[in-house]
Design a protein around this ligand. Structure first.
Ligand code: 3HC
Length: 697
């Protein structure tokens, strides 16, 4: 009998417990176990009703995604669920943790559902490029309204137990011990002689496609808006519509074909890769679970500028107390006023209410003296991006911070080893590179300096999780993983404009790949002066043999800093943010090209794509080879969360593997010959291309 599905009888109730850690995924052994134990319960004269529950932290959180790359093996989950319809004894699903995907579908096969107050249920399949393929698109609309069913199916977002009760997805919420509550509920079903509720049966009021035209359109619009470029939300809707047109069995059969097509699509493969890449990024090869992160309760942020404010909000929103330190009272007052305005904006947009604003703002206090940081567990420096400024701050922090406090710098490219060397405790120093706006962007690049202690690094990663961010670990180098791997994309974009492409042409090629904005439009938003200052500060280290970004410098010399200046790579009218093509840019580019001896020419979209993308991939390969990233997939996670790279393409390194490394290497070599030193091929790329290998597989 099954090892992964336990069987006990309590009173007259058989309790089946799924025990397949960590998340009770519905792999083959579990599916077989459920069938076997259900048959056992059906034939057990000592049992009149059945409770199905999960051991450990959750009810099954879905099908086993790792099985998707293998041939399907019977019993298929639909068959398991359909079998429950024929069991004459009432079955109660007892839900705790997260009943997701196939887990929720399994509960829909049960005749009743009870849940813990903190349980969550949902159908997140579209995030994996598939849709609920175990009859969820047929059964949920028969249990909840079509509107609510489509909400779960198309949004992919789980809901809490209270909402599930309101939607009719669960029959009752059990306070206290769930197992005992579910058994009591089963006994009541028996006592009240309640009929089993079978969710595959036709239900009165389900209605026709025409009757639901508005609801269906609402979710088609949502799919277009939120999942631009993705196929599976649309397939999910079609599957629900099938259920309005045909009997249950026919709709399920149609689902089967549709589901297989989705599962085998490039989009689904990339999305599944992204799911595991994200989880892999949380693992640090040489820092195991035995390393305990340090306790963080109180924090301080140095600097109340844009970054400092965003970081302070992110910390306060996660329940941490924050002391914001500024150099003088005036700067502090204006920073704190801006910070409050950010919260006001959230209230105005209905994201939080006044009381929440007050509570969160109440966790943030201001100070003008570093002494205010003497008691905190974590200090994040978010001052001006200048090595000397940061060195000075760390020397001061070293004087006041308590022993064991983590001292973090929010630099995006500076040498953290040099910053740490200003302190007597470099083991406590790490980098925490936030992305703008820091309270919104989910990416957090945690940088491990040469002397960072393992528990300091683990604390940075734990902070990411606690504040709802995705932490990815990097080693120290100029720009770390994120900015270093993206720099070639921006560099090539500006070179291409110098050589004859229009900014809008360059940006369109990248948005056609699925990026939300092109690199030049992004530069206009963040300000061209930011990287100009960086280039100036690094002027002494410039390699005279490498091509230089003269055009980007010229734009800044002309005051074309981007949106804030009303002009950059594009023109902006009347203080607006809509980028408009600007003929002046072409004239400026032509001037610079002439000075540099570059003959301007027509540039193909294909060349733009290859130069921007392959430049980043080649740099990514160097980042992996040098050990700056622990693995290629970490670079992809950064691009997904930091730069809006389309998740259904996996990330730049996954894309490289899809294209084929031999092709990329040949092209990089050709660009090296044409454009010189910056295109030096990565030795890792060269090796993998020769071996027929890949970065991510
Ligand atoms: N299949 C296989 N492994 C899974 C899994 C799944 N469905 N869900 C989680 N895991 C694994 C993770 O890879 C991770 O493994 P690791 O420890 O080796 O890295 C481990 O379980 C723990 O996962 P998390 O680190 O994500 O743990 P959290 O506590 O942060 O989150 C969770 C738990 C909310 C359940 C989250 O893991 C999650 O969202 N899982 C995916 C849920 C999902 O998409 N379900 C639908 C699957 S598709 C389906 O059911 C198709 C059906 O319609 C036919």
């Amino acid at each position: 009998m099954s090892d992964v599905v336990g069987y006990e009888v309590e009173g007259r109730i058989a309790v089946l417990t799924i025990d397949n850690p960590p998340v009770n995924a519905l792999g083959l052994a579990v599916r077989e176990g459920i069938v076997a134990r259900m048959e056992q319960a059906a034939g057990d004269d000592a049992a009149d009703a059945i409770v199905l529950i999960g051991a450990g932290r959750t009810f099954p959180a879905g099908a086993d995604i790792r099985e998707f790359d293998q041939p399907a093996r019977d019993p298929h989950l639909v068959a398991v669920i359909d079998r429950l319809d024929g069991i004459e004894k009432p079955i109660v699903a007892a839900i705790h943790g997260t009943a997701l995907g196939g887990g929720l579908e399994l509960t829909l096969g049960c005749h009743f559902r009870v849940a813990s107050p903190d349980a969550r249920v949902g159908l997140p399949e579209i995030n994996l490029g598939i849709f609920p393929g175990a009859a969820g698109t047929q059964r949920l609309p028969r249990v909840a309204s079509l509107d609510h069913a489509l909400e779960l199916i198309v949004s992919g977002r789980p809901i809490g137990a209270a909402r599930a009760l309101e939607y009719g997805i669960v029959d009752t919420v059990v306070e206290g011990d769930l197992r005992a509550g579910a058994i009591a509920f089963a006994e009541k079903i028996l006592a009240d002689r309640m009929n089993r509720r079978i969710s595959s049966e036709p239900r009165a009021g389900i209605g026709s496609e025409d009757e639901f035209a508005d609801v269906i359109q609402k979710y088609r619009d949502l799919a277009n808006q939120r999942f631009r470029g993705q196929e599976s939300p649309h397939q999910a809707i079609e599957s629900v519509i099938d259920g309005l047109r045909m009997p249950y069995e026919d709709a399920v059969a149609a689902d089967r074909t549709r589901f297989e097509a989705c599962k085998n699509s490039d989009q689904s493969k990339a999305l599944r890769y992204a799911f595991f890449a994200e989880r892999e990024a949380a693992k640090i090869p040489d820092i195991g679970k035995e390393v305990t992160p340090r306790e963080i309760g109180s924090t301080a942020v140095i600097g109340a500028g844009t970054m400092g404010r965003g970081i302070a909000i992110s910390l306060a929103d996660s329940g941490l107390s924050v002391t914001v330190v500024e150099a003088g009272q005036e700067a502090l007052d204006s920073g704190m006023a801006e910070l409050e305005k950010l919260y006001d904006g959230m209230v105005a947009r209905g994201r939080i209410d006044e009381a929440t604003k007050k509570e969160r703002l109440g966790r943030i206090t201001g100070a003008v003296d570093y002494a205010a940081t003497s008691d905190v567990d974590l200090v994040i420096e978010a001052a001006f991006e200048d090595l000397d400024v940061k060195k000075g701050i760390f020397a001061q922090l070293d004087q006041v911070a308590k022993p064991g406090a983590i001292l973090a710098t929010n630099t995006s490219y500076l040498d953290i080893d040099a910053i740490a060397a200003q302190t007597s405790r470099p083991e406590d120093v790490i980098g925490l590179h936030y992305f703008v706006p820091a309270n919104v962007m989910r990416m957090l690049e945690v940088v491990r300096a040469d002397k960072s202690a393992p528990d300091a690094v683990a604390t940075g990663m734990a902070l990411a999780k606690r504040t709802g961010k995705v932490g990815v670990l990097a080693r120290v180098c100029h720009g770390f993983i994120a900015n270093r791997s993206r720099a070639p994309l921006v560099r090539e974009a500006t070179f291409l404009v110098e050589e004859g492409a229009a900014p809008a042409q360059v940006d369109k090629v990248l948005t056609d790949l699925g990026m939300p904005l092109g690199p030049l439009a992004v530069s206009d938003m963040s300000g061209l002066d930011v990287s100009w200052r960086m280039r100036q500060s690094l002027a002494g280290e410039r390699d005279p043999e490498a091509r230089y970004m003269y055009l980007a410098d010229r734009m800044c010399e002309l005051g074309r800093f981007g949106i804030k200046a009303g002009q950059g790579w594009y023109a902006y009218e009347d203080g607006g943010r809509r980028p408009l093509p600007d003929g002046d840019v072409e004239a400026i580019a032509a001037d610079v090209a002439r000075e540099q001896g570059i003959t301007r020419r027509e540039i193909s979209d294909e060349e733009i794509r290859a130069r921007c993308l392959y430049g980043a991939i080649n740099e990514g390969a160097k980042i992996v080879d040098e050990g700056i990233a622990a693995r290629a997939s970490d670079i992809d996670v950064m691009w997904l969360y930091g730069f809006g790279y389309p998740r259904w393409h996996g990330g730049i390194m996954f894309t490289a593997d899809e294209i084929g490394l031999a092709e990329i290497y040949e092209q990089v070599k050709a660009f090296h010959g044409e454009h010189g030193k910056l295109w030096e091929p990565s030795p890792l790329l060269e090796r993998l291309a020769a071996e027929g290998g890949g970065f991510t597989r």
